[in-house]
Ligand binder design. Structure first.
Ligand code: NAD
Ligand code: DAU
Length: 356
């Protein structure tokens, strides 16, 4: 198992990044983490409040595309790993405003790669104990029909501005490995759920709207399928790959847990209504079928056999239990939900959804 002393995590104030930082600091007593995050609408330091007094943790507000800042951070700290999560992450926003996705997800990633190469390679330096870890998505593989799963060998076929920008960044990371010898790993994960996810994504959005008795916008006929993974299982997979993965290799991460959107919305209605003491079925009438997402990918499903067989990783929790816990978390943390959805998000929500 490799050891890392000083790790740069990008996007650590976001949903997955905050779980990754918490996991790394808990599991590795010698590790220091520097969290670089621009605090866009999706980044929130509340997600890391419990770590504020941890002396092995530091936060820097900044843009991964800011060459001077990135250079300065690499000069200041002897990073032996980068865990790169910072990204624009929401497909609907990428349809509205693709350029922001290209800037952050492509140019931002290239800026980090360039700085890591300059710091770690050349002049007889030995980079074999370093790692540039790029966190990516299963959406780079495109869309499945009723059959089949994405493996690491599935050809790339991204179809939204978001997934195209993530596919581009994956290619850049591999190019820096093949061309310059930068030590890298990439993982491509399916849909995450759990605490601290911004309530524009399906699960927290539906929990919030059932709680508030607002309409539940289901795209198209709700027949699209996603493969859901508990965010803490994603964090444990990232920890495993960082420490035990082979340089240059890609690992798919997923939980073999496919749900049609409409069935998931029904399950969320059941859970939230029950938790709020309402009779079963109270919120079913809130379901509102709305215009489908442009270019909506039909189905995602992950074959995670490589990470399971080579690195011994397994998801830890059953979806039904994870979903219950997730619903509980959002209802118990109404203050968090209300604070992150104020301001920019509120304006965006009104533009995208009107008063649906
Ligand atoms: P998120 O939107 O919750 O968080 C993204 C974070 O990146 C935020 O804290 C934001 O402030 C920060 N950020 C955005 N632009 C930045 C910039 N230019 N410079 C510095 N920081 C910036 O996203 P998430 O759901 O936590 O996803 C994290 C990563 O995991 C992304 O790379 C995403 O593509 C990938 N991923 C997400 C999922 C999922 O289901 N959410 C699944 C697979 C892969
Ligand atoms: O597969 C991994 C990807 O999962 C990540 O790379 C992305 O960052 C993450 O956002 C997520 O993308 P999706 O587009 O699959 O997630 P989202 O929660 O936006 O939507 C899930 C499904 O629910 C999708 O089929 C669209 C549908 N949907 C979504 C919203 C927000 C609705 O029907 N209504 C909604 O209001």
């Amino acid at each position: 198992m490799k050891q890392f002393k000083t790790v740069l995590v990008t996007g650590g104030a976001g949903f997955i990044g905050s779980h990754v930082i918490r996991r790394l600091l808990k599991e590795h007593a010698d590790m220091h983490v520097v969290n670089l995050d621009l605090l866009t609408y999706a980044g929130n330091l509340e997600n890391l409040r419990d770590l504020e007094s941890n002396e092995r943790y530091a936060f820097i507000k900044g843009d991964i595309g800011d060459t001077a800042l990135i250079q300065q951070l690499f000069d200041q700290h002897d990073f032996d790993a980068v865990v790169h999560l910072a990204a624009e992450s929401h497909v609907d926003r990428s349809i509205e405003n693709p350029m922001a996705f290209l800037e952050t997800n492509i140019i931002g990633t290239a800026t980090l790669l360039h700085a890591a190469k300059n710091a770690w390679l050349g002049d007889g330096k030995d980079a074999s104990n370093r790692c540039f870890y790029h966190v990516s998505t299963d959406e780079v593989y495109g869309s499945l029909g009723a059959e089949g799963v994405f493996s690491e060998e599935t050809p790339y076929d991204p179809r939204s501005p978001y997934s195209s920008s993530k596919a581009s960044s994956d290619h850049l990371v591999r190019a820096w490995h093949h061309t310059y010898g930068l030590p890298i790993v990439i993982s491509n994960c399916s849909n995450n759920y759990g605490a601290h996810q911004f309530p524009e994504k399906l699960i927290p959005l539906m929990i919030r709207n059932v709680r508030d008795q607002r309409p539940l916008p289901v795209y198209g006929e709700g027949l699209n399928i996603r493969d859901w993974l508990w965010v803490e299982d994603h964090a444990s997979a990232i920890d495993t790959i960082l420490h035990n993965g082979t340089s240059g290799r890609t690992y798919n991460i997923g939980g073999l847990n496919e749900w049609r959107n409409i069935d998931l919305v029904h399950a969320l209605i059941r859970e939230v209504d029950a938790a709020m003491g309402r009779p079963e079925g109270t919120s079913l009438a809130l379901i509102t079928f709305v215009t489908d997402r442009a270019g909506h990918d039909m189905r995602y499903a992950i074959d995670a056999s490589r990470i399971e067989s080579e690195l011994g990783w397994q998801p830890s929790i059953q979806f039904e239990d994870g979903l219950k816990e997730t619903v509980r978390w959002y209802l118990d943390n109404a203050e968090w939900m209300d604070s992150v959805t104020s301001g920019n998000y509120q304006q965006y929500y009104e533009t995208m959804y009107g008063n649906r």
